[in-house]
Write a protein that binds this ligand. Structure first.
Ligand code: SAH
Ligand code: MG
Length: 195
């Protein structure tokens, strides 16, 4: 079995929410067409999207943060299998506690769905002028479009509310121009406006 498929299989068997196929294809293509060189990813899981993003071009470098130790270690092992340790820098920690100095062409937010505003507000300072912030899971498996009272779990309802709040935050954000795409689990592409 090819190595990429092995990671996909591992993710499926262990319930690890890696990006859906069309979502990852969009992201890889976006990196190519926008000439992205440096990516910051929040939410590595087992390194699937980080590895795929590196396949967009030889010049792509990814820094990725993961707070779950088991997943982080699996990501380290996967990155090594692909000999990408010189291009992918994995950080073990909570993205809300860290402070990074680097600046990036693209920030990909794919972590705790209820924390998106916090990730955005914290890491926008690490974005280059003219950079992009892409956020995954804007549809949350279709739940975001469902009437809230039809969602039984209080916990899930809470997350849905947070995603709706985040959408509103993006729509009303004067410094960024956001497009919402019906790809994968819903993707938001936010472009930093020239000031
Ligand atoms: N981008 C990956 C999937 C990430 S799944 C891929 O497509 O291959 C989301 C991950 O974000 C989970 O592994 C979770 O542990 C991590 N995460 C959630 N909140 C986080 C935080 N505050 N800091 C770092 N990692 C976080
Ligand atoms: Mg996701």
């Amino acid at each position: 079995m090819a190595m990429v498929e092995e990671i996909e299989k591992y993710a499926k068997e262990n319930n690890i929410p890696i990006m859906q196929k069309d979502g990852i294809n969009y992201l890889v293509n976006f990196i190519k067409t926008h000439n992205i060189k440096n990516v910051l990813e929040i939410g590595t899981a087992i390194g699937y999207s980080a590895i795929m993003m590196c396949m967009a071009s030889e010049d792509v470098k990814v820094t990725s943060i993961e707070r779950d130790n088991e997943r982080y270690l699996e990501a380290v092992s996967n990155v090594n299998k692909f000999h990408l340790d010189d291009r992918i820098s994995l950080i073990f920690g909570d993205a809300l506690d860290l402070k990074l100095d680097g600046t990036y062409d693209l920030i990909f937010i794919d972590a705790a769905k209820a924390q998106n505003i916090k990730f955005f507000e914290k890491y926008k300072f690490n974005l280059k002028d003219d950079g992009y912030i892409i956020t995954d899971n804007m549809n949350f498996h279709g739940l975001v479009k469902k009437p809230l009272e039809e969602i039984e779990s209080k916990n899930v309802r809470g997350i849905v509310k947070k995603i709706i709040e985040y959408k509103e935050f993006l729509v009303t954000n004067d410094s960024f121009d956001t497009e919402f795409l019906e790809i994968g689990d819903g993707i938001a592409v936010s472009h930093k406006e020239d000031v």
